[in-house]
Design a binder for this molecule. Structure first.
Ligand SMILES: [Zn+2]
Length: 260
């Protein structure tokens, strides 16, 4: 697991699988962990990482309801989990889904965990809105389209945008919920790129604002190519044309055909 300091109050860690990111943000005596790494040893390291940095955990946040971002409570048993209202509604509507998908992943890769996942009390946060942390506030913005739910988190004093499964340097857009909503989210995120120093996508570490701007243009172009049903690799951005991205593209096309 890689960890980088994006700001004196922000640490970004990256899981060995899918380069899934978790972001630790501090203000004063409080700290949140946003999303989670995936493997048990990575989750086990989180509390000592916070202790070393003198960050004191006060809660967990998750950017959307996909299981691989929801594992924070495996590292911090009693912690409260805050999510967007849309994510809280999704979790209520599909009870046990995250646990089932985590179990499927663990079975497939022979991963053993000390305990099953319990999400505990999930707190629904109004989005758009603010979430207090120490002396500061986090800004919460809607970020749907990849899924039906989700939020992007703007950390104004650190100028870090923790944007959810968008603007990934390693993964093409997967608009599982809606292409139009995905495009609208990109537009919302774009407003922060002139202010941001770092952008933290769901997968692929932290990127600088110039890279995020390039990715945003590529992702817009990709969604247009997807709408025109262009096949891979023509549809795919440079640098994201590996076999896995072709597989994701085929899945995107199949999803659109189901809608036709
Ligand atoms: Zn994801």
């Amino acid at each position: 697991m890689r960890a980088i300091g994006a700001h004196e109050d922000v640490i970004v860690v990256e899981s060995r699988i899918w380069r899934t990111t978790a972001t630790i943000v501090r203000s004063g005596e409080e700290a949140f962990v946003i999303d989670s790494p995936v493997f048990p040893d990575e989750l086990e390291m989180l509390p000592s990482l916070l202790a070393q940095a003198h960050f004191h955990l006060s809660g967990l946040l998750a950017r959307h309801g996909d299981w691989d971002h929801l594992l924070g409570r495996l590292a911090f048993g009693g912690a409260a989990l805050g999510v967007a209202e849309t994510t809280a509604a999704r979790l209520r509507a599909t009870p046990g889904e995250a646990q089932r998908e985590l179990r499927d992943f663990d079975d497939r890769f022979y991963v053993e965990r000390p305990a099953p996942l319990a999400l505990g009390s999930v707190e629904a946060l109004p989005v758009p809105g603010y979430c207090g942390l120490g002396e500061h506030e986090l800004e919460l913005h809607p970020a749907d389209g990849h899924t039906i739910d989700g939020m992007a988190i703007w950390i104004p004093w650190a100028r870090v945008l923790v944007c959810g499964d968008y603007l990934s340097p390693v993964e093409i857009p997967t608009p599982a919920a809606s292409v139009d909503a995905y495009l609208a989210t990109l537009e919302r995120l774009e407003q922060f790129l002139d202010l941001a120093v770092h952008v933290v996508p769901g997968h692929g570490g932290a990127v600088d604002a110039d890279t995020a701007r390039r990715l945003l243009e590529e992702d817009r172009a990709y969604l247009t190519a997807l709408g025109a049903r262009l096949p891979a690799p023509a549809a795919l951005p440079q640098g994201r044309r590996d076999p896995e991205q072709r597989r994701l593209h085929a899945a995107n096309l199949a999803r659109l055909e189901d809608l036709d």
